[in-house]
Design a binder for this molecule. Structure first.
Ligand code: HEC
Ligand code: HEC
Length: 242
């Protein structure tokens, strides 16, 4: 009798456990949408970092993956238009004949993320995903951090992050003494002048297309110098998990 009682309890526990795991297999809509977005984020960052390194081929490959994302999650009406705009920007990167054009389209892509978030009244907290993947303390950490403030500002979107990024760029200088040769030291001087000018332009830019234009130039300047050294050796290479 007592034994049957124990078996009964065990059966109930087993039933409960299988119920719980079934619930886990079917996460709610919010979690599934968030997971879909994190996959976007991952591919968008990998595209972005490849452009910043001056690696056009890698950027194209990552953008191609991003453009091929198909939502398995039901999206409310109204999302489709934003999704299409984002995919168009990804396709532009995929087909970009030059690094400068890829940089411009990458900035547009990030702006598209932010435009949908704003329309959907979500602030996509991307900073925490980015922090995990940020490079360790390096000579260029200030430039990476300043560029990331602008990137976060476009994606979330966040006006205060944009302002902080613009302020950083007006203040920081490239580590000229660390540059391996004279050409690069000269290039760092030009880079500093450009970043100062972009900081002023960023402070004026409010509309997403204007911000995209400024960020595209910033990214293009990072890319141009890193490319000098041959691709894949300089610049950020973060791989956030999808
Ligand atoms: C079609 C509209 C739309 C587009 C385009 C879009 N997002 Fe989102 N995003 C959302 C919505 C809505 C949420 C909130 C989802 C939820 O939590 O239910 C979200 C949430 C997020 C999150 C937070 C996920 C989490 O862990 O909570 C990240 C990160 C994100 N988006 C990144 C991006 C990036 C990067 C892009 C562009 C490459 C992008 N999104 C493009 C609508 C969009
Ligand atoms: C004037 C040339 C130049 C410009 C412009 C430039 N970088 Fe760099 N970058 C370098 C050099 C040189 C290295 C390699 C430094 C080293 O290994 O000591 C480097 C390396 C890096 C790294 C790898 C980590 C490190 O410090 O080794 C990151 C990340 C980085 N740059 C980010 C950026 C970002 C973001 C921008 C644009 C906002 C940028 N860089 C603009 C020359 C430049």
């Amino acid at each position: 009798m007592a034994r049957q009682g124990v078996l009964g309890v065990l059966a109930t526990v087993a039933a409960l456990l299988s119920f719980v795991s079934a619930a886990e297999r079917q996460p709610d809509l919010h979690d599934r949408r968030a997971a879909y977005m994190r996959a976007h984020f991952s591919d968008a960052i990998r595209t972005h970092d490849a452009v910043a390194r001056g690696d056009l081929d890698a950027a194209r490959a990552h953008a191609q993956r991003l453009a091929a994302h198909q939502p398995e999650v039901p999206f409310p009406t109204g999302w489709a238009a934003f999704s299409t705009l984002m995919i168009n920007a990804a396709r532009e990167i995929e087909g970009a004949p030059r690094l400068e054009l890829a940089a411009r389209s990458t900035a547009v892509l990030l702006t598209r993320c932010g435009e949908c978030h704003q329309a959907q009244h979500v602030v996509a907290r991307v900073a925490r995903h980015l922090e995990d993947a940020a490079p360790a303390a390096t000579a260029m950490r200030e430039h990476q951090a300043a560029a990331d403030l602008l990137l976060i500002a476009l994606v979330e979107p966040s006006a205060s992050s944009w302002d902080q990024g613009a302020q950083s760029f007006s203040r920081i200088r490239l580590p000229r003494d660390d540059m391996p040769n004279r050409q690069l030291r000269a290039r760092a001087l030009i880079g500093d002048a450009r970043f100062t000018a972009f900081a002023a332009a960023a402070a004026e830019a409010v509309r997403p297309p204007d911000r995209a234009r400024v960020y595209g130039r910033v990214l293009s300047t990072c890319a141009g110098c890193h490319r000098e050294h041959g691709v894949e050796s300089w610049g950020p290479d973060r791989r956030p998990p999808p």
